[in-house]
Ligand binder design. Structure first.
Ligand code: NAP
Length: 231
C-alpha cells in the first residue's frame, strides 16, 4: 500500500488501534473520519509523530450521506476503503425496540453502503480500488439476542459480495472480514479478562485486512473471511 490513499473508517476505535498502525506500516497515507477527539488522542498516543503526519483526521458522521460525500471529496483519490465502523446492542427480539433495530442498520449497514458508494465512484475514475468491509461471525451464524446486529452484518456480507460482482473486469475488489470476539479495551471492560486470550487480537485481523487491501489481492473478490481466534 506504499503511497496509496486509504480511507480508514473507525480507525480510532478498538479494532482501529490494531489496524491503523498496520496500514501505516505498509506506507499508506490515511484519512480517518472521527466523531470524538478523545479517541483521536488515544490513537495518537500509540503512534510516532512521523506516522501521525501521514494521517488526515476529518470530523464526519458516516450515517449522513452529505457528510460521507464531503469527507470523500476532501481526498485527492481513494485507492483503498477499509470500513471498520460498526457496533452492536443486544436484546431478545420480542423486547427489542424498533428504534434500536433501525440504529443497528444505520450504524452497520447504511454506513457501509454510503462509504462504499462514494469510494467506488472515485475508484472507478482510476480503475483501481480495494474495498474491505467488516461484518461479523454473527452475519453468518446469527446468535440469540443479536437479531438486529446479525441481520445488519448479513447485509454487509451481501452488499460486499454484490459490489465484488459489479466490479468484475476492473482492478477494483471488495471483500469482507468476519471477526468473532475481538480483544479490545471495551470488551475487556464489558466481559472481564478471563477469556481474553481466546479472543482474536486486532493486530491479527489487521494482517488479513492489509492483505485484502494490497495490490497482491487483485484476484480475491467477494470473500467473507472468518477470523475467529480460538472461539
Ligand atoms: N468488538 C468486537 O468484538 C467485534 C466483533 C465482531 C465484529 N466487530 C466489528 O468490528 C468493527 C469495529 O469494532 P470495534 O470494537 O473497533 O468498535 P468501536 O471501538 O466502537 O469502534 C467503532 C468506531 O466507529 C466510530 N463510529 C461509530 N459510528 C460512527 C458514525 N456514524 N460516524 C463516524 N464514526 C462512527 C466510533 O466512533 P464513536 O466513538 O464516536 O462512536 C468508533 O471510533 C465493527 O464493525 C464491529 O461491528 C467487532
Amino acid at each position: 500500500m506504499k503511497g496509496k490513499q486509504v480511507l480508514l473508517t473507525g480507525g480510532t476505535g478498538g479494532l482501529g488501534l490494531g489496524v491503523t498502525p498496520a496500514v501505516l506500516a505498509q506506507g499508506a497515507e490515511l484519512t480517518i473520519p472521527y466523531r470524538n477527539l478523545k479517541d483521536v488522542e488515544r490513537l495518537k498516543g500509540i503512534l510516532s509523530p512521523a506516522d501521525i503526519a501521514r494521517i488526515q483526521f476529518i470530523p464526519a458522521n458516516l450515517e449522513e450521506e452529505s457528510s460521507v460525500d464531503k469527507l470523500i471529496s476532501r481526498m485527492t483519490k481513494v485507492d483503498v476503503l477499509i470500513h471498520l465502523v460498526g457496533g452492536f446492542s443486544m436484546g431478545k427480539t420480542h423486547e427489542y425496540s424498533f428504534y434500536n433495530w433501525k440504529r443497528e442498520f444505520e450504524l452497520n449497514l447504511n454506513t457501509t453502503f454510503l462509504t462504499c458508494k462514494y469510494s467506488l465512484t472515485r475508484m472507478l475514475e482510476n480503475d483501481y480500488g480495494r474495498i474491505v468491509t467488516i461484518a461479523s461471525r454473527s452475519g453468518l451464524e446469527p446468535a440469540r439476542n443479536l437479531a438486529a446486529y446479525s441481520a445488519a452484518k448479513a447485509g454487509v456480507i451481501a452488499l460486499t459480495k454484490a459490489i465484488a460482482d459489479e466490479t468484475k473486469g476492473t482492478n477494483i475488489t471488495a471483500n469482507t472480514v468476519l471477526p468473532s470476539v475481538i480483544d479490545t479495551p471495551a470488551n475487556r471492560q464489558a466481559m472481564g479478562e478471563e477469556n481474553a486470550d481466546k479472543w482474536v487480537k486486532p493486530e491479527s485481523i489487521a494482517e488479513v485486512i492489509c492483505f485484502l487491501a494490497s495490490e497482491a489481492a487483485k484476484d480475491v473478490r467477494g470473500a467473507a473471511i472468518p477470523v475467529y481466534g480460538n472461539i
